[in-house]
Design a protein around this ligand. Structure first.
Ligand SMILES: *[C@@H]1O[C@H](CO)[C@@H](O)[C@H](O)[C@H]1NC(C)=O
Ligand SMILES: *[C@@H]1O[C@H](CO)[C@@H](O)[C@H](O)[C@H]1NC(C)=O
Ligand SMILES: *[C@@H]1O[C@H](CO)[C@@H](O)[C@H](O)[C@H]1NC(C)=O
Length: 430
Protein backbone atom coordinates (compact mmCIF):
# COMPACT_ATOMS: atom_id res chain seq x y z
CA UNK A 1 0.00 0.00 0.00
CA UNK A 2 1.21 3.47 -0.85
CA UNK A 3 1.76 5.08 2.55
CA UNK A 4 1.43 8.64 1.32
CA UNK A 5 -1.95 7.91 -0.24
CA UNK A 6 -2.97 6.03 2.90
CA UNK A 7 -2.21 8.98 5.16
CA UNK A 8 -3.84 11.50 2.84
CA UNK A 9 -7.01 9.43 2.95
CA UNK A 10 -6.87 8.97 6.73
CA UNK A 11 -6.11 12.61 7.46
CA UNK A 12 -8.74 13.68 4.93
CA UNK A 13 -6.67 16.09 2.87
CA UNK A 14 -8.84 16.31 -0.19
CA UNK A 15 -7.80 19.72 -1.49
CA UNK A 16 -10.88 21.89 -2.09
CA UNK A 17 -10.69 24.73 -4.59
CA UNK A 18 -8.38 27.62 -3.69
CA UNK A 19 -9.73 29.86 -0.95
CA UNK A 20 -9.46 33.64 -0.95
CA UNK A 21 -5.88 34.23 0.17
CA UNK A 22 -6.22 36.91 2.85
CA UNK A 23 -5.29 34.72 5.80
CA UNK A 24 -8.77 35.01 7.37
CA UNK A 25 -11.71 32.74 8.21
CA UNK A 26 -9.51 29.67 8.60
CA UNK A 27 -12.30 28.55 10.95
CA UNK A 28 -15.97 29.58 10.73
CA UNK A 29 -16.31 33.22 11.84
CA UNK A 30 -17.81 33.83 15.30
CA UNK A 31 -19.44 37.04 16.43
CA UNK A 32 -22.58 39.14 16.56
CA UNK A 33 -24.50 40.85 13.74
CA UNK A 34 -27.33 43.30 14.26
CA UNK A 35 -29.77 42.54 11.44
CA UNK A 36 -32.27 39.87 12.52
CA UNK A 37 -32.86 41.41 15.96
CA UNK A 38 -32.50 45.15 15.33
CA UNK A 39 -33.16 45.47 11.58
CA UNK A 40 -33.40 49.05 10.27
CA UNK A 41 -34.48 50.72 13.49
CA UNK A 42 -33.21 54.29 13.11
CA UNK A 43 -35.59 55.88 15.62
CA UNK A 44 -33.13 56.89 18.30
CA UNK A 45 -35.51 59.52 19.69
CA UNK A 46 -38.11 57.00 20.78
CA UNK A 47 -36.05 53.82 21.05
CA UNK A 48 -32.50 54.84 21.99
CA UNK A 49 -31.56 51.39 23.35
CA UNK A 50 -32.43 49.49 20.20
CA UNK A 51 -31.78 51.87 17.33
CA UNK A 52 -28.84 51.46 14.93
CA UNK A 53 -26.30 53.74 16.61
CA UNK A 54 -22.74 53.59 17.85
CA UNK A 55 -24.13 53.02 21.35
CA UNK A 56 -25.60 49.66 20.35
CA UNK A 57 -22.25 48.26 19.17
CA UNK A 58 -20.34 49.72 22.10
CA UNK A 59 -22.76 48.15 24.56
CA UNK A 60 -22.64 44.81 22.73
CA UNK A 61 -18.82 44.90 22.79
CA UNK A 62 -18.86 45.67 26.52
CA UNK A 63 -21.16 42.73 27.24
CA UNK A 64 -19.21 40.39 24.98
CA UNK A 65 -16.09 40.99 27.05
CA UNK A 66 -17.75 41.07 30.48
CA UNK A 67 -19.97 38.04 30.15
CA UNK A 68 -17.77 35.39 28.59
CA UNK A 69 -18.76 35.72 24.93
CA UNK A 70 -15.31 36.83 23.80
CA UNK A 71 -13.65 34.15 25.86
CA UNK A 72 -15.85 31.52 24.18
CA UNK A 73 -14.66 32.70 20.74
CA UNK A 74 -17.24 35.29 19.64
CA UNK A 75 -14.99 37.97 18.19
CA UNK A 76 -16.64 40.14 15.51
CA UNK A 77 -19.16 42.88 16.38
CA UNK A 78 -20.91 43.53 13.08
CA UNK A 79 -22.96 46.43 11.76
CA UNK A 80 -25.57 45.59 9.10
CA UNK A 81 -27.63 47.91 6.87
CA UNK A 82 -28.84 51.43 7.80
CA UNK A 83 -25.65 52.81 9.33
CA UNK A 84 -24.73 55.38 6.64
CA UNK A 85 -25.88 58.82 5.86
CA UNK A 86 -28.14 58.98 2.78
CA UNK A 87 -25.48 61.11 1.03
CA UNK A 88 -21.84 60.44 0.32
CA UNK A 89 -19.43 63.19 1.43
CA UNK A 90 -18.01 65.85 -0.91
CA UNK A 91 -15.20 63.46 -1.92
CA UNK A 92 -17.62 60.67 -2.77
CA UNK A 93 -16.94 58.63 0.34
CA UNK A 94 -19.54 56.83 2.44
CA UNK A 95 -20.10 58.48 5.81
CA UNK A 96 -21.91 57.30 8.92
CA UNK A 97 -25.18 58.97 9.89
CA UNK A 98 -23.92 61.92 11.97
CA UNK A 99 -26.74 61.80 14.53
CA UNK A 100 -26.57 58.11 15.24
CA UNK A 101 -22.76 57.76 14.92
CA UNK A 102 -21.46 61.11 16.22
CA UNK A 103 -17.96 59.67 16.79
CA UNK A 104 -17.74 58.14 13.32
CA UNK A 105 -16.80 54.59 12.38
CA UNK A 106 -13.05 54.94 12.95
CA UNK A 107 -13.62 55.87 16.58
CA UNK A 108 -16.07 52.99 16.98
CA UNK A 109 -13.49 50.60 15.50
CA UNK A 110 -10.89 51.89 17.96
CA UNK A 111 -13.30 51.31 20.83
CA UNK A 112 -14.12 47.76 19.70
CA UNK A 113 -10.40 47.02 19.21
CA UNK A 114 -9.63 48.35 22.70
CA UNK A 115 -11.85 45.52 23.97
CA UNK A 116 -9.87 42.95 22.00
CA UNK A 117 -12.73 42.50 19.50
CA UNK A 118 -13.15 43.21 15.78
CA UNK A 119 -15.60 45.45 13.91
CA UNK A 120 -17.66 44.46 10.89
CA UNK A 121 -19.44 46.82 8.51
CA UNK A 122 -22.02 46.47 5.71
CA UNK A 123 -22.31 47.70 2.12
CA UNK A 124 -23.92 46.61 -1.15
CA UNK A 125 -22.55 45.62 -4.56
CA UNK A 126 -25.40 47.45 -6.36
CA UNK A 127 -26.74 50.98 -6.74
CA UNK A 128 -28.26 51.14 -3.25
CA UNK A 129 -28.38 48.88 -0.19
CA UNK A 130 -31.48 46.77 0.41
CA UNK A 131 -32.84 49.50 2.74
CA UNK A 132 -32.08 52.29 0.26
CA UNK A 133 -28.77 53.71 1.51
CA UNK A 134 -25.95 54.45 -0.98
CA UNK A 135 -24.61 51.34 -2.73
CA UNK A 136 -21.02 50.75 -3.78
CA UNK A 137 -21.47 50.17 -7.52
CA UNK A 138 -18.95 52.35 -9.30
CA UNK A 139 -17.15 53.13 -5.99
CA UNK A 140 -15.62 49.78 -5.02
CA UNK A 141 -12.07 51.10 -4.65
CA UNK A 142 -13.10 54.25 -2.78
CA UNK A 143 -15.30 52.26 -0.39
CA UNK A 144 -12.71 49.53 0.22
CA UNK A 145 -10.13 52.22 1.02
CA UNK A 146 -12.59 54.03 3.31
CA UNK A 147 -13.22 50.82 5.28
CA UNK A 148 -9.47 50.14 5.49
CA UNK A 149 -8.83 53.73 6.64
CA UNK A 150 -11.45 53.23 9.34
CA UNK A 151 -9.65 50.03 10.41
CA UNK A 152 -12.73 47.88 9.83
CA UNK A 153 -12.12 44.10 10.03
CA UNK A 154 -15.04 42.57 8.12
CA UNK A 155 -17.30 43.61 5.25
CA UNK A 156 -20.73 42.08 4.69
CA UNK A 157 -21.46 42.87 1.05
CA UNK A 158 -25.13 42.57 0.10
CA UNK A 159 -26.48 42.07 -3.42
CA UNK A 160 -29.60 44.26 -3.73
CA UNK A 161 -30.24 46.49 -6.75
CA UNK A 162 -27.64 44.94 -9.05
CA UNK A 163 -28.05 43.55 -12.56
CA UNK A 164 -27.54 39.84 -11.86
CA UNK A 165 -25.28 39.47 -14.92
CA UNK A 166 -22.81 41.86 -13.27
CA UNK A 167 -23.02 40.30 -9.80
CA UNK A 168 -19.91 38.14 -10.18
CA UNK A 169 -17.87 40.98 -11.63
CA UNK A 170 -18.97 43.32 -8.86
CA UNK A 171 -18.13 40.87 -6.09
CA UNK A 172 -14.76 40.07 -7.69
CA UNK A 173 -13.95 43.76 -8.18
CA UNK A 174 -14.68 44.50 -4.52
CA UNK A 175 -12.55 41.53 -3.46
CA UNK A 176 -9.65 42.93 -5.50
CA UNK A 177 -10.26 46.43 -4.12
CA UNK A 178 -10.13 45.09 -0.55
CA UNK A 179 -6.90 43.26 -1.34
CA UNK A 180 -5.41 46.40 -2.85
CA UNK A 181 -5.83 48.31 0.43
CA UNK A 182 -3.20 46.01 1.94
CA UNK A 183 -5.37 45.43 5.01
CA UNK A 184 -6.85 41.96 5.52
CA UNK A 185 -10.61 42.46 5.69
CA UNK A 186 -12.87 39.44 6.08
CA UNK A 187 -15.18 39.42 3.06
CA UNK A 188 -18.72 38.10 3.57
CA UNK A 189 -20.68 37.83 0.30
CA UNK A 190 -24.25 37.22 -0.86
CA UNK A 191 -23.28 36.49 -4.46
CA UNK A 192 -24.83 32.99 -4.79
CA UNK A 193 -28.06 34.02 -3.03
CA UNK A 194 -28.75 36.62 -5.72
CA UNK A 195 -27.57 34.40 -8.57
CA UNK A 196 -29.50 31.18 -7.80
CA UNK A 197 -32.82 32.50 -9.22
CA UNK A 198 -31.12 32.76 -12.62
CA UNK A 199 -28.59 29.93 -12.77
CA UNK A 200 -26.27 27.73 -10.71
CA UNK A 201 -23.48 29.88 -9.26
CA UNK A 202 -19.81 29.03 -9.85
CA UNK A 203 -18.64 27.99 -6.38
CA UNK A 204 -15.01 27.70 -7.48
CA UNK A 205 -15.03 31.40 -8.36
CA UNK A 206 -16.99 32.28 -5.21
CA UNK A 207 -14.49 30.46 -2.97
CA UNK A 208 -11.61 32.32 -4.65
CA UNK A 209 -13.37 35.64 -4.01
CA UNK A 210 -15.10 35.50 -0.61
CA UNK A 211 -14.53 34.22 2.95
CA UNK A 212 -18.16 33.20 3.33
CA UNK A 213 -21.22 33.43 1.20
CA UNK A 214 -24.98 33.41 1.74
CA UNK A 215 -26.86 30.95 -0.47
CA UNK A 216 -30.45 31.28 0.65
CA UNK A 217 -33.09 33.58 2.20
CA UNK A 218 -32.58 35.71 5.32
CA UNK A 219 -33.17 33.86 8.56
CA UNK A 220 -36.26 34.87 10.56
CA UNK A 221 -37.00 34.29 14.22
CA UNK A 222 -39.08 31.15 13.57
CA UNK A 223 -38.78 27.38 13.35
CA UNK A 224 -40.25 27.48 9.83
CA UNK A 225 -37.36 29.68 8.75
CA UNK A 226 -34.75 27.36 10.31
CA UNK A 227 -36.39 24.34 8.66
CA UNK A 228 -36.46 26.02 5.25
CA UNK A 229 -32.72 26.78 5.50
CA UNK A 230 -31.95 23.17 6.47
CA UNK A 231 -34.14 21.83 3.64
CA UNK A 232 -32.46 24.09 1.08
CA UNK A 233 -29.02 23.11 2.31
CA UNK A 234 -29.73 19.36 2.17
CA UNK A 235 -31.28 19.69 -1.29
CA UNK A 236 -28.15 21.46 -2.64
CA UNK A 237 -25.48 19.77 -0.52
CA UNK A 238 -23.77 18.00 -3.41
CA UNK A 239 -23.09 21.39 -4.97
CA UNK A 240 -22.28 23.53 -1.92
CA UNK A 241 -20.64 21.25 0.68
CA UNK A 242 -17.44 20.59 -1.32
CA UNK A 243 -16.84 24.35 -1.63
CA UNK A 244 -16.47 24.82 2.15
CA UNK A 245 -13.14 24.61 3.94
CA UNK A 246 -10.57 26.73 5.75
CA UNK A 247 -10.73 30.26 4.32
CA UNK A 248 -14.25 29.99 2.86
CA UNK A 249 -17.62 28.80 4.20
CA UNK A 250 -21.26 28.45 3.25
CA UNK A 251 -23.29 30.90 5.35
CA UNK A 252 -26.83 29.81 6.33
CA UNK A 253 -27.28 33.20 8.07
CA UNK A 254 -27.46 34.30 11.70
CA UNK A 255 -28.13 32.37 14.90
CA UNK A 256 -31.47 33.62 16.25
CA UNK A 257 -31.06 31.84 19.60
CA UNK A 258 -32.06 34.03 22.58
CA UNK A 259 -34.92 35.83 20.81
CA UNK A 260 -38.65 35.09 20.75
CA UNK A 261 -39.57 32.59 18.06
CA UNK A 262 -37.81 29.30 18.89
CA UNK A 263 -38.55 26.84 21.69
CA UNK A 264 -35.52 25.64 23.62
CA UNK A 265 -35.48 22.38 21.66
CA UNK A 266 -35.55 24.36 18.42
CA UNK A 267 -32.71 26.57 19.66
CA UNK A 268 -30.70 23.42 20.35
CA UNK A 269 -31.46 22.23 16.83
CA UNK A 270 -30.21 25.48 15.31
CA UNK A 271 -27.00 25.46 17.37
CA UNK A 272 -26.27 21.78 16.62
CA UNK A 273 -26.99 22.01 12.90
CA UNK A 274 -25.05 25.26 12.43
CA UNK A 275 -22.04 23.49 13.99
CA UNK A 276 -22.53 20.47 11.70
CA UNK A 277 -22.75 22.81 8.67
CA UNK A 278 -19.45 24.53 9.63
CA UNK A 279 -21.45 27.75 9.46
CA UNK A 280 -20.31 31.16 10.65
CA UNK A 281 -21.73 31.59 14.17
CA UNK A 282 -23.03 35.15 14.02
CA UNK A 283 -25.59 35.71 16.76
CA UNK A 284 -28.36 38.25 16.22
CA UNK A 285 -29.94 38.79 19.62
CA UNK A 286 -29.76 41.19 22.54
CA UNK A 287 -26.78 40.07 24.60
CA UNK A 288 -27.69 42.72 27.21
CA UNK A 289 -30.83 40.76 27.98
CA UNK A 290 -30.78 37.06 27.17
CA UNK A 291 -32.21 34.11 29.06
CA UNK A 292 -29.61 31.98 30.88
CA UNK A 293 -30.56 28.79 29.06
CA UNK A 294 -30.07 30.33 25.61
CA UNK A 295 -26.83 31.87 26.80
CA UNK A 296 -25.52 28.53 28.08
CA UNK A 297 -26.39 26.93 24.73
CA UNK A 298 -24.56 29.61 22.71
CA UNK A 299 -21.55 29.24 25.02
CA UNK A 300 -21.57 25.40 25.00
CA UNK A 301 -17.89 24.63 24.47
CA UNK A 302 -18.48 21.12 23.13
CA UNK A 303 -20.67 22.47 20.30
CA UNK A 304 -18.25 25.33 19.59
CA UNK A 305 -15.47 22.73 19.38
CA UNK A 306 -17.39 20.91 16.64
CA UNK A 307 -18.00 24.20 14.80
CA UNK A 308 -14.32 25.15 14.94
CA UNK A 309 -12.88 21.67 14.26
CA UNK A 310 -9.49 21.87 12.57
CA UNK A 311 -10.34 19.46 9.73
CA UNK A 312 -12.60 22.23 8.40
CA UNK A 313 -15.07 20.02 6.56
CA UNK A 314 -18.76 20.85 6.31
CA UNK A 315 -21.21 18.08 7.25
CA UNK A 316 -24.28 17.02 5.34
CA UNK A 317 -27.56 15.20 5.68
CA UNK A 318 -26.89 11.47 5.42
CA UNK A 319 -30.26 9.90 6.21
CA UNK A 320 -33.93 10.77 6.35
CA UNK A 321 -36.18 8.16 7.86
CA UNK A 322 -39.37 7.98 9.92
CA UNK A 323 -39.45 11.80 10.36
CA UNK A 324 -35.87 11.80 11.63
CA UNK A 325 -32.97 13.46 9.84
CA UNK A 326 -29.38 12.41 10.45
CA UNK A 327 -26.66 14.98 9.74
CA UNK A 328 -22.98 14.04 10.00
CA UNK A 329 -19.78 16.06 10.00
CA UNK A 330 -16.32 14.44 9.78
CA UNK A 331 -13.98 15.83 12.43
CA UNK A 332 -10.23 15.72 12.95
CA UNK A 333 -8.62 12.49 14.24
CA UNK A 334 -11.18 10.34 12.42
CA UNK A 335 -14.00 11.42 14.72
CA UNK A 336 -17.56 12.11 13.66
CA UNK A 337 -20.19 14.58 14.90
CA UNK A 338 -23.76 13.43 14.40
CA UNK A 339 -27.00 15.36 14.82
CA UNK A 340 -30.28 13.45 14.89
CA UNK A 341 -33.19 15.83 14.35
CA UNK A 342 -36.75 14.79 15.21
CA UNK A 343 -38.99 16.45 12.63
CA UNK A 344 -42.26 15.01 13.95
CA UNK A 345 -44.03 17.99 15.50
CA UNK A 346 -46.62 16.01 17.44
CA UNK A 347 -46.35 13.69 20.41
CA UNK A 348 -43.46 13.31 22.83
CA UNK A 349 -39.79 12.29 22.68
CA UNK A 350 -39.02 9.52 20.21
CA UNK A 351 -36.17 7.02 20.21
CA UNK A 352 -33.54 6.69 17.51
CA UNK A 353 -31.26 3.62 17.67
CA UNK A 354 -27.69 4.86 17.47
CA UNK A 355 -26.65 1.97 15.23
CA UNK A 356 -28.98 3.47 12.58
CA UNK A 357 -26.51 6.32 11.97
CA UNK A 358 -24.89 5.69 8.55
CA UNK A 359 -21.44 6.61 9.91
CA UNK A 360 -21.82 4.16 12.79
CA UNK A 361 -19.54 1.79 10.83
CA UNK A 362 -16.54 3.58 12.41
CA UNK A 363 -17.57 1.75 15.59
CA UNK A 364 -16.27 -1.49 14.12
CA UNK A 365 -14.60 -2.89 16.16
CA UNK A 366 -15.07 -0.23 18.85
CA UNK A 367 -15.65 3.46 19.50
CA UNK A 368 -16.47 5.83 22.33
CA UNK A 369 -19.59 7.98 22.26
CA UNK A 370 -20.18 11.34 23.92
CA UNK A 371 -23.63 12.89 23.91
CA UNK A 372 -23.58 16.70 23.90
CA UNK A 373 -27.27 17.51 23.44
CA UNK A 374 -29.84 17.40 24.94
CA UNK A 375 -27.41 16.96 27.85
CA UNK A 376 -23.77 16.07 28.24
CA UNK A 377 -23.22 12.37 28.84
CA UNK A 378 -20.22 10.08 28.35
CA UNK A 379 -21.66 6.91 26.87
CA UNK A 380 -18.44 4.92 27.05
CA UNK A 381 -17.07 2.24 24.75
CA UNK A 382 -19.51 0.92 22.18
CA UNK A 383 -19.39 -1.71 19.49
CA UNK A 384 -21.14 -2.16 16.18
CA UNK A 385 -23.95 -3.95 18.01
CA UNK A 386 -24.57 -1.12 20.53
CA UNK A 387 -28.17 -0.89 21.69
CA UNK A 388 -28.10 2.80 22.71
CA UNK A 389 -31.32 4.57 21.77
CA UNK A 390 -31.13 8.36 21.55
CA UNK A 391 -34.19 10.16 22.87
CA UNK A 392 -35.11 13.19 20.76
CA UNK A 393 -37.84 15.73 21.56
CA UNK A 394 -40.17 17.01 18.80
CA UNK A 395 -38.24 19.60 16.72
CA UNK A 396 -35.22 18.95 18.96
CA UNK A 397 -31.86 17.38 18.21
CA UNK A 398 -29.59 14.81 19.82
CA UNK A 399 -25.96 15.70 19.17
CA UNK A 400 -23.19 13.16 19.71
CA UNK A 401 -19.53 12.73 18.81
CA UNK A 402 -18.11 9.34 17.97
CA UNK A 403 -14.41 8.55 18.37
CA UNK A 404 -13.19 5.35 16.73
CA UNK A 405 -10.85 3.17 18.74
CA UNK A 406 -8.34 2.70 16.01
CA UNK A 407 -8.04 -1.08 15.91
CA UNK A 408 -7.23 -1.04 12.22
CA UNK A 409 -4.59 1.65 12.56
CA UNK A 410 -2.98 -0.14 15.47
CA UNK A 411 -2.94 -3.42 13.54
CA UNK A 412 -1.37 -1.67 10.57
CA UNK A 413 1.25 -0.04 12.77
CA UNK A 414 2.15 -3.40 14.29
CA UNK A 415 2.38 -4.95 10.87
CA UNK A 416 4.69 -2.23 9.54
CA UNK A 417 6.83 -2.39 12.65
CA UNK A 418 7.19 -6.18 12.36
CA UNK A 419 8.11 -5.90 8.68
CA UNK A 420 10.76 -3.30 9.44
CA UNK A 421 12.25 -5.27 12.33
CA UNK A 422 12.18 -8.47 10.34
CA UNK A 423 14.07 -6.77 7.54
CA UNK A 424 16.57 -5.25 9.95
CA UNK A 425 17.25 -8.60 11.58
CA UNK A 426 17.58 -10.14 8.13
CA UNK A 427 19.99 -7.38 6.96
CA UNK A 428 22.03 -7.57 10.14
CA UNK A 429 22.37 -11.31 9.84
CA UNK A 430 23.85 -10.99 6.35
C1 LIG B 1 -3.73 39.95 -1.71
O1 LIG B 1 -3.67 38.84 -2.58
C2 LIG B 1 -2.41 38.18 -2.62
C3 LIG B 1 -2.46 37.13 -3.71
O2 LIG B 1 -3.58 36.30 -3.59
C4 LIG B 1 -2.12 37.62 -1.24
O3 LIG B 1 -0.88 36.96 -1.24
C5 LIG B 1 -2.13 38.74 -0.23
O4 LIG B 1 -1.93 38.22 1.05
C6 LIG B 1 -3.45 39.49 -0.28
N1 LIG B 1 -3.42 40.63 0.62
C7 LIG B 1 -4.43 40.95 1.43
C8 LIG B 1 -4.23 42.15 2.28
O5 LIG B 1 -5.46 40.31 1.47
C1 LIG C 1 -15.00 45.41 -12.78
O1 LIG C 1 -13.72 45.89 -13.11
C2 LIG C 1 -13.46 45.85 -14.52
C3 LIG C 1 -12.01 46.24 -14.71
O2 LIG C 1 -11.74 47.48 -14.11
C4 LIG C 1 -14.43 46.79 -15.23
O3 LIG C 1 -14.20 46.75 -16.61
C5 LIG C 1 -15.84 46.32 -14.94
O4 LIG C 1 -16.77 47.24 -15.50
C6 LIG C 1 -16.09 46.25 -13.44
N1 LIG C 1 -17.40 45.67 -13.21
C7 LIG C 1 -18.25 46.14 -12.32
C8 LIG C 1 -19.57 45.47 -12.19
O5 LIG C 1 -18.00 47.08 -11.59
C1 LIG D 1 -15.73 28.90 -12.60
O1 LIG D 1 -14.73 29.75 -12.11
C2 LIG D 1 -13.42 29.23 -12.24
C3 LIG D 1 -12.47 30.10 -11.45
O2 LIG D 1 -12.68 31.45 -11.68
C4 LIG D 1 -13.08 29.14 -13.71
O3 LIG D 1 -11.77 28.65 -13.90
C5 LIG D 1 -14.09 28.21 -14.37
O4 LIG D 1 -13.88 28.18 -15.76
C6 LIG D 1 -15.52 28.65 -14.08
N1 LIG D 1 -16.43 27.61 -14.53
C7 LIG D 1 -17.45 27.85 -15.34
C8 LIG D 1 -18.30 26.69 -15.67
O5 LIG D 1 -17.67 28.96 -15.75
Amino acid sequence: MNLVVFFLVVVGLSPAAEALDNGLALKPTMGWLHWERFMCNTDCDHDPDNCISERLYMQMADVMVKEGWKEAGYEYVCIDDCWPSLQRDTQGRLQADPNRFPGGIKKLADYVHSKGLKLGIYADVGKTTCAGYPGSQGSYEVDAQTFADWDVDLLKFDGCFMDWKLLGEGYINMSKALNKTGKSILYSCEWPLYEWPFHQPNYTAIRETCNHWRNFDDVFDSWNSIKSILDWTALHQDIIVPSAGPGGWNDPDMLVIGNFGLSHDQEESQMALWAIMAAPLLMSNDLRNICPRSKALLLNKHIIEISQDSLGKQGSRTAKTNSFEVWERPLSKGRLAVAVLNKQEIGGPRGFPISGIPGWKICDPQCTVTQILPEYKEMGVQTKQSNIVLSVNPSGTALVTITPIAGDLRRLHKLLWEKLSVRRIYTESL
